[in-house]
Write a protein that binds this ligand. Structure first.
Ligand code: PGA
Length: 247
């Protein structure tokens, strides 16, 4: 399984970042799971530059600009040069700050051009009885997949993250059966953009309230290829517990 630890802005001290990296290395050495960590940008530079460990690195975002005169922005090229091989794009916390589908597409394109693997986050804000949320999800996927070549599409990892579950505890997260349904739906949408074999091979992650209490049952019930983990990845004890629970 692929486990992506999204540290968000929760890890603020280099000593904490180093401790979490050491824990990730121990897990990655065992080779049971692929581990990707997404530190805040300065710690990406601190930990990932010249990285020769089995842990991989993701940027939490890349700029939609082309760089140059863009104070405060960090380009896909820069994070790749700093050692990232993945980039989380379209996270709901970025979308809440103004990333539209058009911006998300630009960022995905920049990430691809820099040789990064985009982890494209999609997910509904809430579930309505009329299943409008399925259309919203389809629109988020279509706005990116519809604008890329088949070769580019096949390089994307999709992370399904329902916004209502993010930051919650496992007990308030998605049920295994709802996740199973969503995985089927997302694969169906993807099959409109890729040949069947490639659509089913595209890595699909789940994120939102993934903790040691629910990771195993979610993995067993649905056909996800891994998890995008927020808060449970930002503390060594909960990260280790999570990996142990996954088995
Ligand atoms: P959470 O966050 O695990 O804290 O719910 C997941 C995410 O936002 O990627």
């Amino acid at each position: 399984m692929l486990i992506v630890g999204n540290w968000k802005a929760k890890v603020e001290r280099p000593q904490d970042a180093k401790r979490l990296f050491a824990a990730a290395k121990r897990v990655a050495e065992k080779k049971k799971h692929d581990i990707v960590i997404a530190p805040p940008a300065p710690f990406l530079g601190l930990l990932a530059l010249g990285n020769r460990t089995k842990v991989h690195f993701a940027a939490q975002d890349v700029t939609e600009t082309l760089g140059g005169a863009a104070t405060g922005e960090v380009t896909a090229t820069t994070v790749a040069a700093a050692g990232a091989t993945y980039a989380i794009i379209g996270h709901s916390e970025r979308r809440a700050l103004g990333d539209t589908d058009a911006v998300v597409l630009l960022k995905v394109k920049h990430a691809l051009a820099a040789g990064l693997t985009p982890i494209l986050c999609v997910g509904e804000h809430e579930r309505d009885a009329d299943a409008q949320y399925l259309n919203d999800l389809r629109a988020q996927l279509t706005s990116v997949f519809g604008a890329l070549s088949e070769k580019e599409r096949a390089r994307i990892i999709v992370a399904y993250e329902p916004v209502w579950a993010i930051g919650k505890q496992a007990k308030d997260g998605i049920t295994p059966s709802d996740l199973t349904e969503m995985v089927l739906y997302i694969r169906k949408v993807l099959s409109e953009f890729l040949p069947a074999r490639k659509a089913s091979a595209l890595p699909l992650l789940y994120g939102g309230a993934v903790e040691s209490a629910n990771i195993r049952v979610l993995a067993e019930a649905s056909r996800v290829d891994g998890f995008l983990v927020g808060h449970a990845s930002t503390d060594v004890t909960s990260f280790n517990a999570l990996v142990k629970a996954l088995g």
